[in-house]
Design a binder for this molecule. Structure first.
Ligand SMILES: [Zn+2]
Ligand SMILES: [Zn+2]
Length: 171
């Protein structure tokens, strides 16, 4: 049994409210662009808002709320539509390990992608491009300037695996 302190409960309520606000905002934006609101669309957006991290189509299809409601093809089709309308960002390796994340204005992360296994990691170093972004906005007169960064490399696990290959097991 998990004991939930009143503080945790309050945090949960706040989190739920935050998710609902985010989902409401996304749905409103889509509606204003003429996209029809369906139950599948609602479920998908809610699931993505709940996790706020990059997720694969398989992860989304197998999630508790979408399981049995949407097949991978439907999830894919919806994601493509959401990406087209700028509310979803596509990350990772094209064609191999594709991830999707809901775009949240004011909240931004850059990512590191392993070119071997396709694993994706959020970069915890403060974004170095933010100052450039502000400068660019000031100089160009552009509004709502944003950027998306993906760094590519070989993750520690894959690197270690490659090193072990061809070497006799000694330990
Ligand atoms: Zn890897
Ligand atoms: Zn950044």
């Amino acid at each position: 049994m998990t004991f939930i302190s009143p503080g945790d409960m309050k945090m949960q309520v706040n989190k739920d409210a935050e998710i609902q606000t985010l989902v409401g905002r996304v749905v409103e934006r889509l509606r204003s662009r003429g996209l029809r609101r369906t139950r599948a669309l609602d479920l998908l957006i809610t699931e993505m808002a709940r996790h706020s991290r990059p997720m694969t189509i398989a992860e989304l299809t197998e999630s508790e709320s979408l399981q049995g409601q949407c097949d991978p093809a439907t999830v894919y089709r919806l994601l493509m539509k959401l990406e087209e309308h700028g509310v979803v960002r596509r990350l990772g390796l094209h064609g191999r390990a594709v991830y999707f994340i809901l775009v949240q204005p004011g909240r931004h992360h850059d990512y590191l992608v392993c070119t071997d296994c396709g694993e994706i990691a959020q970069i915890d170093i403060e974004c170095p491009v933010r100052t450039l972004e502000q400068e660019l906005q000031k100089q160009s007169g552009y509004h709502h300037v944003y950027h998306e960064l993906e760094f590519f490399g070989v993750c520690p696990d894959c690197h270690q695996g490659a090193e072990h290959e061809g070497r006799a097991h000694c330990c």
